[in-house]
Design a protein around this ligand. Sequence first.
Ligand code: BTN
Length: 239
Amino acid sequence: MTTLDIDRIRAEFRNRSIHYYPTIDSTMRAAARCKLGDVVIAGEQTAGQGRHGHTWYSEPATGIYCSMVLAPAPALTLALGLAAASAISEIAGVSCDLRWPNDVLLDGRKVAGVLVQLSGAVAIAGIGINANHRTLPPELDAVATSLRIHTAREVSTTDLLIALLHSADRFAAEGRETILRLFTAASSYAAGRRVRVNQPEGLIEGTTAGLDPSGFLIVRKDDGTDTLIVAGGVRAAGS
Ligand code: BTN
């Protein structure tokens, strides 16, 4: 088991306040009380939050549980998915797929997730990475994985967090057009992918047809009409 070296993380980001909690309910809640630039990191979360009211499985000492207080930026959820994939590639040496808008995948299973909440003038940006989990709860087994399960190797969570904070800064500073171009290139879901999407009016099925200028996903149904997907719920058809 690798333990998080908070002193090394603080030394790497001397101009930012890094708040560390061995145990916390959710880093999102703590970050909402922090100032711009602050980072909240936890060893475990007892009430980790996912998108759409889901919980985020937050086993002690194996995962990355981190929230950053950032300036709102264009397509921030997409930018941070790119940042997570970049940090994973740098530290674990594996290449991830991105499922619009916030899922980072290995072999079609979720290895990391992004949650962005606007809070007044700032964005609270949470990222969870399943790093050194040897197993996952049975209900997540089919849909999630960890770097350890995928590669059979442990990663240094300290190295991964440092890489993540640097890449988050880098991608969050990019303009919308760059993020949309990079996301489209990195995601097998952005175009030409058969998907099912949960929409308020029911399940729709179609083929993805790119991102619109705001970063929303276009799904072309078999009758030729396009639906703009503005929230998540995208799954590969047949999965
Ligand atoms: C999702 O994919 O549904 C988003 C998952 C986000 C999880 C991270 S873990 C750190 C931060 N704190 C939380 O409670 N959630 C985010």
